[in-house]
Ligand binder design. Structure first.
Ligand code: NAD
Length: 337
């Protein structure tokens, strides 16, 4: 199978590319390296079954050519990360909505099986636990720009389901809850790499709010296995939405403590109000737990990695980067940041 991965130089995309290459699929990647990096794909950049285009998703000519060669498209490219979304809402909305529109149009032209990446953010301020796919969704006011990410991803879901219903395009929606693992950058506010990097330097671990908010963390290898298994069974999964995540809940304070323990760090934990970290009035969710019954019943998927294994993998990765001093990021202009 030839798979086009948009956002394939990003965190999840690069793990997915590696897994597909390992089983003998051909992989092409379209990525503008905005939050992704060449470092993520360096290990297989010269693989004979791999090709890479540094370009924006909305370059219609490039997208058309890559889609014309593909059997399947995994659409991961998006404006990602709470910080980026709050600071640049226009870019978030345009990248997510116009980008997905362009991908679906190309997929329709070449009848590509398509998997769209959505997010647990679409459950918004809902207080139910766990969240299941048919639940009502409760977003905050549009005056709060953080909701633009959820709203744009929700519109992507509607576009995908419409392409399935109106044109018979085999589209599957994956709602990722927090996915973590080696290679995730802490630059855009992702909590696990941020904590691990601080702990390894014996610097304070900064918790936003009071730290009682909880999250469920899923290893990127489990997420990638879910994506591939969903993609392999369009007969079951086309036109459907699936939660993908772990149901093991941990508070952010417990997470910080566990990171400190597992890194033997002397770091203290410091608490700062959301209003200092983000704009005043920032809203965060207290809990976010997925109900994964649907994907388990459909394709037998359940996550296999524990939080301890996830953290140890991230710690090993961050330690090796500290050791090698290998922090460069390759931009389209060839500049090293
Ligand atoms: P990431 O930032 O590492 O990957 C996104 C990739 O898209 C990056 O490589 C970036 O350079 C690329 N990109 C962004 N805008 C682009 C554009 N206009 N044209 C071409 N490429 C572009 O993030 P990730 O964690 O790998 O997320 C992948 C997908 O999964 C995203 O759609 C995200 O919304 C979704 N998701 C991730 C998580 C998570 O916990 N990691 C949770 C929920 C949803």
């Amino acid at each position: 199978m030839q798979v086009l991965i948009t956002g394939g130089a990003g965190f999840i995309g690069s793990h997915l590319a590696r897994a597909l290459l390992e089983r003998g699929d051909r992989v092409s990647v379209l990525d503008n390296l905005s939050t992704g990096s060449f470092e993520n794909i360096r290990a297989f950049a010269h693989h004979p079954l791999y090709s890479f285009a540094i370009d924006d998703l909305r370059n219609a000519l490039v997208l058309d050519r890559l889609a014309s060669e593909a059997d399947a498209i995994v659409h991961l490219a998006a404006a990602v990360g709470v910080q980026l979304v709050v600071e640049r809402p226009t870019e978030t909305i345009e990248t997510n909505v116009l980008g997905t529109h362009a991908v679906l149009a190309a997929a329709r032209r070449y009848r590509c099986r398509t998997l769209l990446a959505s997010t647990s953010e679409v459950y918004g301020k809902g207080v139910k636990a766990p969240f299941s796919e048919e639940d009502d969704l409760l977003l905050g006011a549009s005056s709060r720009s953080r909701w633009s990410y959820a709203a744009s991803k929700l519109l992507d879901e509607f576009l995908g389901l419409a392409a399935y219903r109106e044109f018979g395009l085999p589209v599957t929606i994956a709602r990722f809850f927090n996915t973590v693992g080696p290679g995730q950058t802490g630059r855009y506010g992702m909590v696990v790499p941020r904590f691990v990097q601080a702990a390894l330097r014996n610097e304070p671990l900064t918790v936003y709010g009071d730290g009682t908010q909880s999250r469920c963390f899923c290893h990127v290898r489990d997420t990638v296995r879910a994506i591939i298994d969903l993609l392999d069974r369009p007969d079951i999964t086309a036109g459907e939405i699936y939660n993908i995540g772990s149901s093991h809940e941990v508070t952010i304070t417990e997470l910080a403590q566990t990171v400190i323990e597992r890194t033997d760090s002397r770091s203290p934990i410091q608490y700062i109000p959301y209003s200092e970290a983000y704009a005043p009035g920032f809203e965060d969710m207290q809990r976010r737990v997925p109900d994964t019954t649907k994907i388990r019943n459909a394709i037998g998927w359940t996550p296999k990695y524990t939080l301890a294994q996830i953290l140890d993998d991230v710690i090993d990765y961050e330690r090796s980067r500290l050791g090698s001093g290998d922090h460069f990021h390759f931009t389209p202009g060839g500049r090293q940041l």
